[in-house]
Design a protein around this ligand. Structure first.
Ligand code: NDP
Ligand code: HSE
Length: 437
């Protein structure tokens, strides 16, 4: 059988990794796919750099639309990143009846509803395994492996850069800026690292997973997003003293009132496997009603881990492109006409427990005031720690762990606590999750 022909939009970290794997494992991949997969053309900005990498083996140009339009390109692989021109190029490929593979989570989280609707209309596949958790086949697991389950919740370390930074801060005492610079040098960070450290990249990936898990449209704009840039070494240390690690988690949970969709630093018990996922590694914990908890672990970024997922999609498309579109795995796991709107809960309606750190004047009655306010808001305390004030200082750090409560009650309590003249500055609030059933 003739090889299937691929056009690459981008030959950077992900594109280069994809190209190298296709070349190195060509024979093994063909044995799995049923035919060889050949890259015939690629578009880049810097031709010299790309030529140095691939030589004369493929057609190279600077016009990605030319690759999309090329009559010998059957599958378009978008690995450029960004919203435009990636969105228009993908829509153009779909309208020409070409299948698409992409790793572009930002694009899918923002415009996935439009892209999948168009793909459905044209009967083509849009595959996106690499868009979530790099090399971990989590899309395959959620869409196919767990298809018997009603998914209850997902909690994931889905941004390698922020996990790398948190690990370096905890293990090596690196400053936030030093750890970020290291992650950038290693090619983990997005073009705009704000996306990594402020939780935006994780929210993109969470949006995609929630859509597949719950059969709902993409609602990135409703995701609550809080990053790690405000975390201090003190909070990391206090968390350890209580037996917790702080991780940037993406959490989606089905509740009787709606779906929680949130990314934020989270205290999780040290003994949980996922608490021990370090460096750039990612892990996704999925709770299904039939299977219970399952954990998926692996490299969340980097050239070949990302390429591994892109090539897996290429093999899927190669195997399935002649199948009747109605008999392929639906893009979002649920049949397109059964994807339904679900209420996304505002963060004020989320129920969880909390780590609180406050600076309090060291005098009688201060803690009584704080605990009274918490009690009046119906918030129960699980543990509390107060340090001796350093020599000559009047203020002490007080750390409180609460039981589960609704966030609006906690916010109301914190407003009252911060108004006390015995409390200095804002109270640090970090959400906690047991990640139990
Ligand atoms: P890079 O910046 O490394 O590569 C981007 C590639 O696209 C480069 O080859 C660049 O050309 C080319 N390119 C960009 N814009 C244009 C344009 N207008 N015309 C022609 N070529 C263009 O990005 P990554 O490989 O890191 O990321 C690509 C995508 O994969 C993103 O959506 C990212 O979020 C996603 N992803 C990345 C992962 C990673 O570990 N890096 C992991 C998972 C997903 P040139 O080289 O000449 O500048
Ligand atoms: N910047 C992303 C990360 C790349 O750090 O996880 C993989 O999506």
């Amino acid at each position: 059988m003739n090889p299937i022909r691929v056009g690459l939009l981008g030959l950077g970290t992900a594109g280069g990794g994809t190209y190298d794997i296709l070349l190195r494992n060509r024979e093994e991949i063909a044995r799995r796919a049923g035919r060889e997969i050949h890259v015939v053309a690629a578009a880049v900005r810097n031709l010299d750099k790309a030529r140095a990498r691939v030589g004369d083996a493929i057609r190279l140009g600077t016009d990605p639309q030319a690759v999309v339009d090329a009559t010998d390109v059957e599958i378009v692989v978008e690995l450029m990143g960004g919203i435009e021109p990636a969105r228009s190029l993908i829509l153009s490929a779909i309208r020409q009846g070409k299948h698409v593979v992409t790793a572009n989570k930002a694009l899918l989280a923002l415009h996935g509803n439009e892209i999948f609707a168009e793909a459905q209309k044209q009967g083509v596949m849009v595959a996106f395994e690499a868009a979530v958790a790099g090399g971990i086949p989590i899309i395959k697991a959620l869409r196919e492996g767990l298809t018997a389950n009603r998914i209850q919740w997902i909690a994931g370390i889905i941004n390698g850069t922020s996990n790398f930074i948190l690990t370096r801060m905890r293990e090596a005492g690196a400053s936030f800026a030093e750890a970020l610079a290291e992650a950038q040098a290693l090619g983990y960070a997005e073009a705009d690292p704000t996306f990594d450290i402020e939780g935006i990249d994780a929210a993109h990936k969470l949006t995609i997973m929630a859509a597949i898990a719950f059969g709902m449209p993409m609602h990135f704009e409703q995701a609550y997003t809080e990053g790690i840039s405000q975390l201090t070494a003190d909070d990391i240390r206090y968390a350890e003293e209580f037996g917790y690690r702080i991780k940037l988690l993406g959490i989606c949970r089905r509740t009787s009132e709606g779906v929680e969709l949130r990314v934020h630093p989270t205290l999780i018990p040290q003994q949980q496997l996922i608490a021990n996922v370090n460096g750039v590694m990612n892990a996704v914990l999925v709770r299904g009603d039939a299977v219970g908890s399952t954990l998926y672990y692996g490299a969340g970024a980097g050239a070949e881990p990302t390429g591994s997922s892109v090539v897996a999609d290429l093999v899927d498309v190669t195997r399935m492109h002649t199948a009747d579109p109605d008999h392929r795995v639906p893009h979002l796991a649920f049949q397109a006409n059964r994807v339904t709107e679900v209420r996304v809960l505002p963060i004020s309606a989320v129920r969880t427990s909390y780590y609180l750190r406050l600076r309090a004047v060291d005098r009688p009655g201060v803690l009584a005031d704080v605990t009274r306010i918490l009690a009046e808001q119906g918030i129960s305390i699980e543990a509390m720690l107060q340090r001796e004030p350093p020599q000559g200082e009047q203020q002490v750090d007080v750390v409180i762990l609460t039981h589960r409560t609704v966030e609006s009650a906690l916010t109301a309590a914190l407003e009252r606590i911060e108004a006390l003249d015995s409390i200095a500055g804002p109270v640090v609030r970090i959400r906690m999750e047991a990640l139990a059933s």
